[in-house]
Ligand binder design. Sequence first.
Ligand SMILES: Nc1ncnc2c1ncn2[C@@H]1O[C@H](COP(=O)(O)OP(=O)(O)OP(=O)(O)O)[C@@H](O)[C@H]1O
Ligand SMILES: [Mg+2]
Length: 318
Amino acid sequence: MQTLAFFSYKGGSGRTSLIYNTIPFLVKKLGADEKHPIILVDMDLDSAGLSYILEADTKTRMTTNKLISSDNASMLSRLKADVKMNPKSLDELDFYNLLAPVGFQFGLSYKEANANKSVLFVPAQPKTTGAGFDMPNNKCIYDFLSICEATGCKAVIFDLPAGNQVTGRQALQRCDTVLVCFRITKQHRRGTIEFLEDNLDTDGQQKYILVPNAVPDCRKKVKVAGGLFNFESVKEDTISKLQKAFANKGLDGSQLVTSMFEGEWYGVPEVGRFKLEEDILYRIKENLHDGEQLLEDEELAYKAYDKVTDLIVGAANE
Ligand SMILES: Nc1ncnc2c1ncn2[C@@H]1O[C@H](COP(=O)(O)OP(=O)(O)OP(=O)(O)O)[C@@H](O)[C@H]1O
Ligand SMILES: [Mg+2]
């Protein structure tokens, strides 16, 4: 089972958009289905995003707030022991019906009746009243991951809060693969480099896939103070600083996956329509009528999401 954290040091970098645009590709490439689903968890309790887009009913379903609360710790602990003793699939647990099936929302095929259950969602229940969130019980996250693993889930994906917020920290540390999203502006790059410097997994197990996001068309010349914006030097400078950070920790840098930031790739390009409304390019493409096609920026981003998914799958197989 793959454990994935979508992280960004700064907010608004597009990590939530990256999640819901890569999910349909991941379902296909990991072969997720009703018996072996992908579990998606909105950990951004302070400032939920994914939960507004996927609109799961927080009254009848398991929410992240409940999942990580100490009230649930003994239930999860019992369940973990049970699935260890008596192997079963997730859909044989009562718990299963508390998870919201959301596969259709990603444009996964309506022909396959169970495609909807290939992605199961745990929404956050945003608290906008100022009451704040409960402190996460870290054991709950670990036990939940053990249950998912023992029952044959393909992957658990966490949409983390930005930066070093307490609600995301444990999930971030526990994941095998971290999608590091950032915009290419200075504060995003510097914050990301510094965060990774301070928080690199020194066991050398965790993989970090760099994903610059919403990148303006790098084929165009853009004037900035001091001349033209130098897309190439931003690339080289970021990668070399990150490699230095790995070397400073005695790591050889093989954990760092820079393919989205090399050669012809310059992360996920800016998509015009996303500046007005978030959407899922896979779903849009699946629903095009004859003769219709994606716009150029959308087609490029579609390919980038597909490529990110290859890197995710590749990171697990190395
Ligand atoms: N490739 C893109 N091109 C243009 N706009 C984008 C792109 N990806 C995301 N956006 C837009 O950027 C905004 C922020 O995206 P998103 O919510 O995914 O970021 P986030 O990092 O999850 O933010 P938060 O920190 O609030 O959770 C959204 O309005 C989204 O539509
Ligand atoms: Mg978000």
